[in-house]
Design a protein around this ligand. Structure first.
Ligand code: SF4
Length: 78
């Protein structure tokens, strides 16, 4: 489990990934290439930016929606 978070303009976004269930489909990388990548050795997800800027939040939400195994969870607090 990988947990990242950022506080920006009073808004906190927390990304949780269950790496064990990642199937390496790469949808997250296509949706948010500045935040996600895939490991060269097995293609599983890598979080590139542990504290992405607010401009990436929508892309991160899209990645979570597109992930075929639904292993990306985005929790937001005001
Ligand atoms: S979209 Fe989901 S299953 Fe595919 S690489 Fe990203 S986290 Fe893994």
């Amino acid at each position: 489990m990988c947990i990242t978070s950022q506080q920006a303009e009073g808004n906190t976004v927390k990304i949780e990934i269950d790496e064990e269930k990642c199937c390496g489909a790469g949808q997250c990388v296509m949706a948010a290439p500045e935040v996600f990548d895939q490991r060269e050795e097995d293609g599983l997800v890598l979080v590139l930016d542990a504290a992405p800027p607010q401009s990436q939040y929508e892309a991160v939400r899209q990645a979570a929606k597109l992930c075929p195994t639904a292993v990306i969870r985005v929790a937001e607090d005001d």
